[in-house]
Design a protein around this ligand. Structure first.
Ligand SMILES: Cc1cc2nc3c(=O)[nH]c(=O)nc-3n(C[C@H](O)[C@H](O)[C@H](O)COP(=O)(O)O)c2cc1C
Length: 454
């Protein structure tokens, strides 16, 4: 068996399967995505599996398609901090990561909320800072007018700096108890932070939390997003889960670290991935095929197509060929979703060519083009594959997105985790208490020699 000390260790996070296209709500085993019991079950399962952290995505406006609330969003999106703080009370070691927007929030409020979560959880808080990709979401906020892409990232960087200034304003030595007079006497923890978009004066309201700063996660994919991650983040949640694509992304981002005086291990890269297990390879493949058919039903297939075509295609048969009519430039057909296809005509041409070459119907094509990294096989085979990706630097681990809420992780924890442990690539127990310790990322007030500065 490989030596635990030298073998690169896998980091795992559990994505709560809320309103995304992965979740199969039609499955009789699907439960509520609002009930606290659902959050508790997934979090406790992840903790039983010694995962690094539990992860919540965020949507600040219900998405719409052709003027109607997107079908998956009708069940609603609960508040991230409320859920994570509640989970802090029913878990002990598991990291608690929340996606929180930098475009619509104020640094002081964020600093207070994350410091509170870090205190309440004993050092398990993480912040996935996202910038949001659409003005449609901005309409829910006073700032409505929205910001350009570059400004969103400069605001994100300024917010992270501002929150850090606030957290740092109350250094570890700042609290003094005057026992004789029976009162607290301490130097006022003041802070003055000025930047292009902020001018903030403290003092902050809380002592420094166990992790110094929450673990910083980043999820944007653009050049600005990657640079922001290299400068500030402890982990990236990425879409680059395929082997070669993952390796390219990994190499690209890790190479950016040096100019910020950071080491390769200071930033963990965790792509999203799904998994399907079976008793045999064939069994797993068949289950995966059935799940994909459930994830992309006829209506969903047409809705995806309409996002590119920018027009009503409800008259088309999902089991028939792609439309011959051309797309129109109508980015508003779906509102509130991250758009990656910049030129609908080019995408439509590529899809038509692929459908013709591979003899695919609309639904079959959408199943192919919306596929994400998926580990399919027996538990031993899935463990071997995950390990191979990590050992060959396509990732430092994965954010696993189960397709069933809330029991979708049970089988993975029962069957795959022991295989990973057997391979020497995954912890046999938690060795630390904070998320920084689980991830092996530095405490912000620790020098590279490991000395903690106050
Ligand atoms: C893997 C991944 C997950 C994301 N999750 C969220 C999310 O939960 N909520 C959100 O508002 N934005 C989310 N985003 C959007 C990003 O924060 C960002 O706004 C968007 O990707 C545009 O930035 P970019 O051009 O750098 O990619 C996510 C992006 C990626 C790549």
């Amino acid at each position: 068996m490989p030596n635990n000390k030298v073998r690169k260790q896998i980091h795992l996070a559990a994505h709560f399967p809320g309103v995304n296209n992965t979740t199969v709500w039609s499955d009789p085993d699907s439960g509520s995505q609002i009930d606290f019991d659902s959050f508790v079950h997934l979090a406790r399962t992840a903790e039983r599996g010694l995962f690094d952290f539990f992860f919540l995505a965020e949507g600040l406006r219900l998405r719409e398609h052709r003027g109607r609330i997107f079908d998956l969003d009708v069940v609603g999106r609960p508040d991230t901090f409320t859920v994570l703080n509640a989970l802090a009370g029913v878990t002990e070691r598991l990291g608690l990561a929340g996606t929180i927007n930098t475009t619509f929030n104020e640094p002081f409020e964020l600093a207070k909320q994350f410091a509170t979560l870090d205190h309440l959880s004993g050092g398990r808080a993480a912040w996935n800072a996202v910038t949001s990709s659409d003005a449609f979401t901005g309409e829910n906020f006073r700032r409505g007018g929205y910001l350009e892409h570059a400004q969103r990232y400069s605001r994100a960087a300024e917010i992270v700096d501002a929150t850090r200034a606030l957290w740092d304003s109350w250094s570890e030595g700042a609290l003094v108890i005057d026992r004789e007079r029976g009162v607290f006497a301490r130097p006022a923890p003041t802070v003055r932070f000025t930047s292009e978009q902020f001018d903030i004066e403290g003092p902050f309201v809380l002592p420094r939390s166990p992790q110094g700063y929450p673990v910083q996660i980043q999820a944007g994919d653009s050049d600005e997003g990657r640079e922001f991650a290299a400068a500030k983040a402890d982990a990236i949640f990425s879409r680059h889960g395929e082997l070669e694509d993952g390796q390219q992304f990994y190499t690209d981002v890790k190479a950016r670290l040096a100019k910020y005086g950071r080491a390769r291990d200071d930033l963990k890269i965790l792509p999203a991935a799904t998994f399907v297990l079976g008793d045999s390879a064939e069994d797993a493949e068949e289950r995966a095929r059935q799940i994909r058919l459930q994830q992309v039903g006829p209506q969903t297939a047409i809705a995806f197509l309409e996002q590119v075509w920018g027009r009503d295609l409800s008259g088309y048969d999902a089991d028939g060929p792609l439309p011959e009519i051309d797309p129109v430039d109508n980015v508003d057909i779906t509102r509130g979703r991250v758009r990656h296809a910049k030129d609908p005509r080019a995408v439509a041409d590529a899809w038509r060519a692929r459908a013709e070459a591979e003899k695919l119907t609309i639904r079959q094509l959408i199943i192919e083009v919306t596929a994400r990294q998926q580990f399919v096989g027996t538990p031993a085979a899935v463990a071997a594959e995950i390990d191979r990706y990590v050992q060959s630097d396509a990732a430092d681990g994965f954010v696993l997105v189960p397709h069933i809420t809330p029991h979708g992780l049970d089988e993975f924890v029962d069957k795959v985790i022991p295989e990973l442990q057997e391979r020497g690539s995954f912890r046999a127990e938690y060795t630390g208490t904070t998320l920084r310790e689980h991830l092996g990322v530095r405490h912000p007030h620790q020098s590279s020699e490991g000395v903690r500065a106050s």
